[in-house]
Design a protein around this ligand. Structure first.
Ligand code: PBG
Length: 325
């Protein structure tokens, strides 16, 4: 390549039309999934204090929110449920009349084309707040798998379009895939939270989903934020076990991981722009310290540039409005 003064990179930055022509990354509504929280009750939408603009919906108001997503052209939502009662084995997670199962049926009835993804995990449903079964003070892997299978099947029966296990138990993608196939759900994709880190960025979500662990932390099952090679091993395992979409979570502090997963495996990659990432932008913007729209779009563009095909983000609705302007 020629060098200065023959080559002047600024030439192609001179005006917006030139910049549009050479732009390498374009964020689109097609990339977005909007996460929503659902609670028991009627006609309620309670704003989550650390996530301004996000709500815990009852099933009826959730359906209205789902219609809004479809009207904006957003391809889908991922749902998180808050049960009526919690117990040691998270029974409501796999009850056919559980909150998620009701929510999925209601959305699929009212807005059949909107993709409904369901987060498969026990932490919102267990009284101890961990993502697995506890025995002798430890989160036990293999006994948890059975419950995750039951949960996945009940979501599929309710009409879920995509199953998204987020528990980080070893081997869960394989057993869920097998169970889905055996029960006639061979066409339901699995979006695996493959590289899910033990992150402090989930703070606001735990308020939203009422899922804070009552003792200890999640470091015996979620990944150490210091590790990237381990993420590639997790992804390789999940591909072997039958995952269709591989997720990295959180997104912003793990752009290197997103990039390595995309370049090493050439698979559909999802990235979760998590609650803490959203809350930071919202809080600083509310203080007048940053421009919310510009910062959010810059963040989401960086996630796409790193290699994500799908971005799960609480900014999804705002993004569509910003992109339309
Ligand atoms: C459930 C789950 C969590 C998130 C998604 N699924 C919380 C956790 O693992 O503690 C976090 C999402 C967010 O912070 O936006 N295990």
């Amino acid at each position: 390549m020629s060098t200065f003064p023959v080559y002047r990179p600024r030439r192609l930055r001179a005006n917006e039309n030139l910049r549009r022509l050479i732009r390498e990354t374009t964020l689109s509504v097609n990339d977005l999934i909007y996460p929503m929280f659902v609670v028991h009750g009627h006609n309620t939408a309670t704003e989550i204090s650390a996530m301004p603009g996000c709500y815990q919906y009852s099933v009826d108001t959730l359906v209205l929110a789902a219609k809004e997503l479809a009207a904006l052209g957003i391809p889908g939502t991922i749902l998180f449920g808050i049960p009526e009662a919690k117990d040691p084995v998270g029974s409501e997670a796999y009850a056919d009349d559980g909150i998620i199962q009701q929510a999925v049926r209601a959305i699929k009835d009212a807005v059949p084309d909107l993709l409904v993804m369901t987060d498969v995990c026990l932490c919102e449903y267990t009284d101890h707040g961990h993502c697995g079964v506890i025995e002798a003070g430890e989160v036990r892997n293999d006994p948890t798998l059975e419950l995750l299978v039951k949960e996945s099947l009940s979501h599929a029966r309710a009409g879920a379009d995509v199953i998204a296990p987020s528990d980080m138990m070893d081997g869960r993608v394989g057993v869920i895939r097998e169970a889905l196939d055996e029960n006639g759900y061979e066409n339901i994709p699995i979006m695996a939270y493959s590289a899910k880190y033990a992150s402090a960025f989930y703070g606001p979500f735990r308020e939203a989903a009422e899922s804070t662990p009552q003792f200890g932390d999640r470091r015996s099952y979620q990944m150490d934020p210091a590790n990237a090679e381990e993420a590639l091993r997790e992804v390789a395992l999940d591909i072997q076990e039958g995952a269709d979409v591989l997720m990295v979570k959180p997104a912003l502090s793990y752009l290197d991981v997103i990039h390595r997963v995309k370049t090493e495996f050439q698979v559909p990659v999802a990235a979760y722009n998590v609650s803490g990432e959203y809350a930071m932008v919202k809080a600083a913007a509310q203080n007048g310290w940053i421009d919310e729209e510009r910062v959010a779009l810059e963040v989401l563009n960086s996630i796409k540039r790193a290699g994500a095909d799908i971005i799960l983000t609480y900014f999804a609705k705002s993004v569509v409005e910003w992109l339309q302007d």
